[in-house]
Design a protein around this ligand. Structure first.
Ligand code: PLP
Length: 402
């Protein structure tokens, strides 16, 4: 018998749970886009968005998802024939590389692939930069948190490596899975460009993307020849008329939702938002560590906690148990877990051995502990062997962190 009736919980790493306040803010008639309240609302977004990324630089907004925002960054950063050095620690670096590739945009892409469960090897990055004697690498592209592997990259360390190599490549960071979840300080850590989208830590439907860029990036890309009128970040960031911010009609209802989401983040305080995600992430890891002790097929994808993102956790469960468990959790208990992404093709049996638990955005202790308890119930129901004590370990982490 299913016990799924009640409020379902979507624990996939985006789109994330939308707060009732965000939904309510969006539930209204279309606003006048030519003057009045909507203009004031949009003006109020920029200081909050800059504070969120930790920058005093500029921000350009686009109607689009994460793929759109990669393309926006590519179009502004590069000219035809420029080189991008892309760091891949899972799936999303590879996807950013594909969107920039010579075939797609005419950018020469060098990918440093560190596999699916190891962090960036800074020595390899340094070597690649030193080998670029002609200075053809215009930018280093990296994820902050790769949503598939859930590896977190040390952005400050990456900046240091670029500086030590004496290279003037820009550093561009994909924070789509981490902004508003995991600590991020664009200016302090030396990132020149940051990209993010609305549907993960920002708790708003997919449909708005952002590119933050500093003065160095603005100057270094002034003559880029891949810019087209729609993707050029300058008219958006420097808009003197409202329509220029979006190059057309504003994404009206998303903006009401986003305003409310940013207000919620402000009310809680960004350090507290980061702390909440950190504690909930560690609660998930504690449960997995106990479960893994009783079954060698179970384990977290990233061995060292220092290299784990705080918004989503990738794990293996042994095929086909990850898929069985996901299905059980959804149909019997109303919790939807994330699929394993990029670890194996959906057609391969191994695909059914990976899953992800999101703890991203509008999520609190009862949601995360509830999801873990449901997973444990599912393991019992499905006879998936696992070590004892997972829930108690997770509860202890929450007790210590609350
Ligand atoms: C979700 C995500 C993307 C892609 O976003 P879409 O909106 O699906 O295009 C890119 N990078 C990271 C790190 C993500 O988490």
């Amino acid at each position: 018998m299913s016990l799924a009736n009640g409020r379902p919980y979507l624990a996939i790493p985006g789109p994330s749970v939308m707060p009732d306040r965000v939904l309510a803010a969006m539930h209204r008639a279309s606003p006048n886009i030519y003057e009045g309240g909507l203009h004031d609302l949009v003006s109020s977004l920029w200081p909050d968005l800059k504070a969120l990324a930790g920058t005093t630089g500029d921000v350009a907004a686009y109607i689009g998802n994460g793929h759109a925002i990669w393309e926006a960054a590519n179009a502004n950063l590069f000219s035809r024939g420029d080189k991008a050095l892309v760091l891949a620690v899972g799936q999303f670096g590879l996807s950013w590389a594909a969107s920039a590739s010579a075939r797609a945009m005419g950018i020469e892409v060098e990918v440093l692939d560190f596999g699916k469960s190891a962090p960036v090897d800074m020595a390899r990055v340094e070597a690649a930069l030193r080998a670029d004697r002609e200075g053809r690498i215009k930018a280093v592209l990296t994820t902050h948190v790769d949503t598939a592997s859930t590896i977190r990259t040390d952005i400050a360390a990456l900046r240091a490596v670029i500086d030590v190599a004496g290279h003037d490549a820009l550093l561009a960071v994909d924070c789509i899975a981490s902004l508003g979840c995991d600590e991020y300080r664009m200016d302090d850590w030396g990132a020149d460009v940051t990209v993010a989208a609305s549907q993960k830590g920002l708790m708003t439907p997919p449909g708005i993307g952002f590119v933050w860029f500093n003065a160095k990036a603005r100057a270094a890309t002034a003559g880029s020849d891949l810019k087209t009128p729609y993707w050029d970040w300058l008219p958006r960031a420097d808009a003197t008329e409202f329509w220029q911010i979006w190059d057309g009609t504003a994404p009206t209802h998303h903006l009401f939702g986003l305003r409310e989401a940013l207000t919620m983040i402000k009310e809680e305080g960004l350090p507290q938002v980061w702390h909440r995600h950190d504690v909930l992430a560690r609660a998930v890891w504690a449960a997995f560590d106990c479960w893994a002790a009783g079954n060698p097929d179970i384990g977290l994808n990233v061995a060292d906690p220092a290299h784990r993102g705080r918004s989503v956790t990738a794990a293996r469960f042994g095929a086909p148990h990850a898929t069985r468990l996901r299905e059980w959790c959804e149909t019997h208990a109303g919790v939807t877990l994330g699929i394993g992404l990029g670890m194996a093709a959906p057609s391969e049996p191994a695909y059914h051995g990976f899953l992800r638990v999101a703890h991203m955005g509008h999520v609190n202790a009862h949601m995360t502990l509830g999801a873990l308890a449901v997973m444990e119930a599912g393991m019992l129901a499905l006879n998936i062997p696992h070590g004892a004590g997972g829930l108690a370990a997770a509860a202890a982490v929450v007790a210590a962190g609350a």
